[in-house]
Design a protein around this ligand. Structure first.
Ligand code: ARG
Length: 455
């Protein structure tokens, strides 16, 4: 058994041991821990710090331990402080004295920094896959419904008509920024910290670049004190995750609204909804609501880590061990939400009749009528006022703008001619023919561009 209590005259208090151990949380890093140890042992042998024979025994022992863990045969002993001690002490149990050489020229401080960086690189790749899958689902929904027009909203008030595809591609673009944000942060994760030792570097002639290469890192850290006390890359993941979840939460809110009887724009598969224990008619959009709720927890994890780090002097402090529960929770929550949302979006059915009904309400062509007056010579502010009065009149008659006749229009301005009646949803869409606008040809182009991103 490895023992790092040489300095002490008695064992740790039982409750204190339970309080300080991170094993239940960081056992999830076993693969990264073992990969790091294998690279380290090989480097030690290459540098003749240990013999090739010893390195081989260590590597074989570590691989055997990995198998034990994966077969569920490894005993995670509660008295172990963390995954590093659990693996090392099992190694010593298995191969004896030689196992005690593995930790030469290394500290758990640079070891955990390595493990969590390896984990983060994988987490980013996996998260980006999830983002792409959801982008694809959004895009497919947009392509499938390319002719569907919905009222666009501001202040949750019907504003102007837009293509549903245009609305969906707005989420596609948000997710694209999320994808890129994770990419940007990757270069700061891709730094190999081993060799920093406890804080000041190590006294052996090690080859840090060899370890970096073996583990797939493109750089080694430049300052040992920074390397063992830097958790920026976790904070960055958590910040990126918070932004992505904010986007998913907005989408969730959209789905909740659209699934309500009052909107009724869409239906989702029963698999993504739950019933009420009392009201038999209910089909609650639970998945969307919980995503909105979980977003709060993901924000909380970011705040927690920023707070953990803010008062820490250099270099390593045990406070930093508290980075992991919230971090793993954030990674899991984000990845699961992305996956579930992709499935849920794929199951969406659009209810065109309800959307059609909504399009007739809300005077969503009023801006186009004002623009009509401008094109006939009115100043925009004047046109705005005239159409405001026109809408007020229509409301009082219980009519839509389309139901007014030309005489009624002309009561408000002599600039109105019969062609004002030609303003339709279709003409309003087609008129917004500028880059980024909702005109069908612009949206068709945006769909093609989006296809190139997700293929
Ligand atoms: N378990 C620690 C963590 O997760 C790593 C060990 C750090 N070193 C120490 N002396 N406690 O951050």
């Amino acid at each position: 058994m490895s023992n790092i209590r040489g300095r002490f005259s008695k064992p740790a208090d039982k409750l204190a041991g339970q309080y300080t151990t991170s094993l239940p949380v960081d056992q999830r890093l076993y693969k990264q821990d073992i990969a790091g140890s294998i690279a380290h042992a090989r480097m030690l042998a290459k540098q003749r710090i240990i013999t090739q024979t010893d390195a081989r025994k260590i590597v074989d022992g570590l691989l055997a331990i990995q198998k034990e863990i994966e077969l569920g045969k490894f005993q995670f002993k509660p008295e172990m402080e963390d995954i590093h001690m659990a693996v090392e002490s099992r190694l010593i149990e298995k191969i004896g004295e030689v196992g005690r050489k593995l930790h030469t020229a290394r500290s758990r401080n640079d070891q955990i920094a390595l493990d969590i960086r390896l984990f983060t690189k994988e987490a980013i790749a996996e998260t980006q896959k999830g983002i792409r899958a959801l982008q694809k689902a959004m895009l497919e929904m947009a392509e499938k419904n390319r002719a569907v027009v919905i009222p666009g909203y501001t202040h949750v008030q019907a504003a102007q008509p837009v293509l549903l595809a245009h609305h969906l591609l707005a989420y596609f673009d948000m997710l694209q920024r999320d994808f890129e944000r994770f990419n940007d942060s990757l270069k700061r994760v891709d730094v190999m910290p081993l060799g920093s030792g406890a804080l000041a570097g190590v006294t052996y002639k090690i080859d840090r670049e060899f370890v970096a290469k073996a583990l797939g890192f493109s750089k080694v850290s430049k300052n040992s004190m920074d390397a063992v006390s830097d958790r920026d890359f976790i904070i960055e993941y958590e910040a990126n995750a918070a932004i992505t979840m904010m986007h998913l939460s907005r989408l969730a809110e959209e789905l909740v609204l659209w699934l309500s009887v009052e909107f009724g724009y869409i239906e989702i598969d029963d698999a993504y909804a739950t019933g009420s224990s009392i009201m038999p008619q209910k089909k609650n959009p639970d998945v969307a609501e919980l995503a909105r709720g979980k977003t709060g927890r993901v924000y909380g994890n970011l705040m927690a880590l920023l707070t953990i780090m803010k008062g820490l002097p250099l270099a390593y402090n045990s406070d930093m061990q508290e980075d992991k529960p919230g971090y793993f929770d954030t990674v899991d929550t984000l990845q699961t939400t992305l996956t579930i949302f992709a499935g849920m979006i794929k199951s969406v059915k659009v209810n065109k009749a309800n959307i059609q009904r909504a399009l007739g309400r809300g005077y969503i062509l009023a801006t186009d009528v004002a623009d009509y007056l401008v094109k006939k010579g009115a100043a925009f502010r004047t046109a705005h006022e005239i159409v405001g009065k026109l809408v007020n009149y229509a409301v009082s008659k219980g009519k839509t703008l389309a139901e007014l006749d030309i005489k009624e229009y002309q009561q408000f301005s002599p600039l109105f001619k019969a062609d004002v009646l030609k303003i339709t949803i279709e003409s309003a869409l087609a008129a917004r023919d500028i880059t980024g606008g909702t005109a069908p040809n612009q949206v068709a182009r945006a769909l093609v561009a989006a296809r190139k991103i997700v293929v």
